[in-house]
Design a protein around this ligand. Structure first.
Ligand SMILES: [Zn+2]
Length: 426
C-alpha cells in the first residue's frame, strides 16, 4: 500500500492540488476566522451552517443542506462501480450561543472559543474542495464532502444519525470525519449513554413535614450506589455523574432534584452491563427512600402539616429517567483497509500518525453499522479544546490538508492512475 501512495504523490494533479492548498492558506485562514465568529452551539448550528453553505455556493459548489443542516457537495466519480466516501467536519461547538466570541492574538497564537475544534477543519475542508476541483483531480468514486451538525455533547451525533439512518441508509462505503488537528487517526468509537434523572416528591417543611420521603435523599442513595460500580479496565469502561441540582431552600424538603449521568465503554456488552446496573440502582434507591419513611410512618405522619392536602399514598418519591445521549460503540480493527490506508498515506508523506482505537466522534455512527471510518486531524496547531482559552496557530495548514487529499486518492481511486482501495459495499 505504501508504494501506491508514493506513486500517487507523483500524480501531476496531486502536485497541483498541493500548490493550490499552499497558495490559498491565507484565504482558508481568513474564512476560518469568519466562521469561528458565528456561534454554533450543538443543536443551534443553523446560522453557521447557512453561512458555510453560502460560502460554498458562492464558490460555485451546488450543495445540499439537509433537514438537520448538514451541508455537503458531491464530486461525482468517473466509475459507477467505485466506492463512495463521505468526508466531513463538524459545524457545532461546545459553546452556548451567548458565549462572547472574539479573536485575540498573542505571539502568533490566536485565541477564540471553538477556533480549533472544529472550525479549523470546517474551513480547511472547503479549501480541500477548491484544490480538488481546480487541480483537475478525478476520483473514480464519488466524494461527498462538507460540514455536519451535532457532534458535541448533547448534540448526540444527530447530524450523523440523520445522514446515515435517514438520508443514506445505503450507498456510503467509507467515512472520514476531519476533527481536530495534527496526525491522529482514530479508528473506533467509545460508546456512551447519558441520562437526565429527575426525582420528585411532595416536598414540605423540613421540620413540620419531617417524615416525608425526600427526593434529594433518594438521589443521594443512587449516587452512592452508582459511585461503587465495579467496571473493567479493558475494554475501558467508565461512569460519572456530571451535574446535580435541585431543592429550593435549606428548610424545605425538596420537591425535585436532578442529575446528569454519563457511562461509556469501548465494549457494547460492558456498556450495557453498566446501563442495566444503573437502572437497577435508581429503582433501589427510590424504593429504599420510600421504604425508610414508610417504616416510620406511624411515628411521624401525624405531624405532617400537609396532612389532608396530599393523600398518604402520594407521599412517595418518584423518578423519571430520560435518555439524553446514545452513542453506539464502534469497533474496527487496526488491520482494516481504511486504517492501513491512512497509515501508508501519512508515512508516505513523512508523517508519524498517532493511532487511537477509540474516541467519541462522528465516526461512531458509520463504524457501528459496518462502514469503514476514521477521525483524523487537519492542518495547523491547536489546543485548549472545549475551554475559553482555546487556541490555534495557522502554521503549515496546507500540509495537513494535502495528506487528506492523498488519502482520498487512495481510497477512491484516481482515473487513469489507480483503483480504489475501498470496496463498494453494495
Ligand atoms: Zn470536535
Amino acid at each position: 500500500m505504501r508504494e501506491l501512495f508514493d506513486r500517487l504523490q507523483q500524480v501531476p494533479e496531486f502536485k497541483k492540488a498541493c500548490e493550490i492548498l499552499k497558495a490559498e492558506e491565507d484565504r482558508t485562514w481568513k474564512e476560518h476566522q469568519e466562521l469561528v465568529l458565528i456561534p454554533a452551539f450543538s443543536r443551534f448550528e443553523e446560522k453557521r451552517a447557512l453561512h458555510y453553505q453560502e460560502m460554498l455556493e458562492a464558490e460555485g459548489f451546488k450543495t445540499c443542506r439537509d433537514a438537520v443542516n448538514n451541508v455537503y457537495y458531491t464530486f461525482k466519480g468517473t466509475d459507477p462501480n467505485a466506492p463512495t466516501v463521505y468526508m466531513t467536519a463538524h459545524i457545532d461547538t461546545v459553546f452556548p450561543m451567548d458565549t462572547p466570541l472574539a479573536i485575540t492574538e498573542k505571539d502568533g497564537v490566536y485565541y477564540c472559543p471553538g477556533i480549533g475544534d472544529d472550525t479549523a477543519s470546517l474551513a480547511q475542508v472547503f479549501g480541500i474542495m477548491r484544490a480538488i476541483r481546480d487541480s483537475g483531480l478525478k476520483f473514480k468514486g464519488d466524494l461527498i464532502i462538507g460540514g455536519n451538525v451535532g457532534e458535541e455533547g448533547l448534540g448526540d451525533l444527530y447530524g450523523m444519525k440523520h445522514f446515515f439512518f435517514k438520508d443514506h441508509p445505503t450507498g456510503i462505503d467509507g467515512f472520514i470525519t476531519v476533527d481536530g488537528n495534527g496526525d491522529h487517526v482514530t479508528y473506533g468509537g467509545t460508546g456512551s449513554y447519558r441520562y437526565e434523572v429527575t426525582f420528585r416528591g411532595p416536598g414540605g417543611h423540613s421540620n413540620g413535614d419531617f417524615g416525608m420521603p425526600n427526593p434529594i435523599f433518594a438521589m443521594g442513595r443512587a449516587i452512592a450506589k452508582y459511585s461503587e460500580l465495579d467496571v473493567p479496565n479493558s475494554p475501558k469502561t467508565t461512569f460519572s455523574i456530571g451535574v446535580v441540582d435541585g431543592g429550593t431552600s435549606v428548610n424545605s424538603i425538596a420537591i425535585t432534584c436532578r442529575m446528569l449521568v454519563d457511562m461509556r465503554s469501548n465494549g457494547k456488552a460492558e456498556l450495557d452491563a453498566v446501563d442495566e446496573q444503573f437502572h437497577r440502582i435508581i429503582a433501589e434507591a427510590v424504593a429504599e427512600e420510600n421504604g425508610r419513611w414508610a417504616r416510620d410512618k406511624e411515628k411521624y405522619s401525624d405531624k405532617f402539616t400537609m396532612k389532608g392536602a396530599v393523600p398518604l399514598c402520594d407521599r412517595v418519591v418518584e423518578v423519571e429517567i430520560k435518555k439524553v445521549g446514545d452513542r453506539p460503540v464502534a469497533n474496527q480493527g487496526f488491520d482494516a483497509t481504511i486504517v492501513q490506508a491512512a497509515k501508508s498515506a501519512y508515512e508516505s508523506m513523512g508523517l508519524e500518525p498517532q493511532f487511537s482505537p477509540a474516541g467519541s466522534v462522528d465516526a461512531n455512527i458509520p463504524i457501528s453499522i459496518g462502514i469503514p471510518g476514521l477521525a483524523v486531524g487537519c492542518g495547523g496547531k491547536a489546543g485548549g479544546a472545549h475551554s475559553a482559552g482555546e487556541w490555534f496557530i495557522p502554521d503549515n495548514i496546507s500540509a495537513g490538508q494535502a495528506k487528506l487529499v492523498l488519502l482520498l486518492m487512495g481510497l477512491l481511486g484516481v482515473e487513469g492512475v489507480s483503483d480504489p482501495l475501498l470496496p463498494k459495499r453494495g
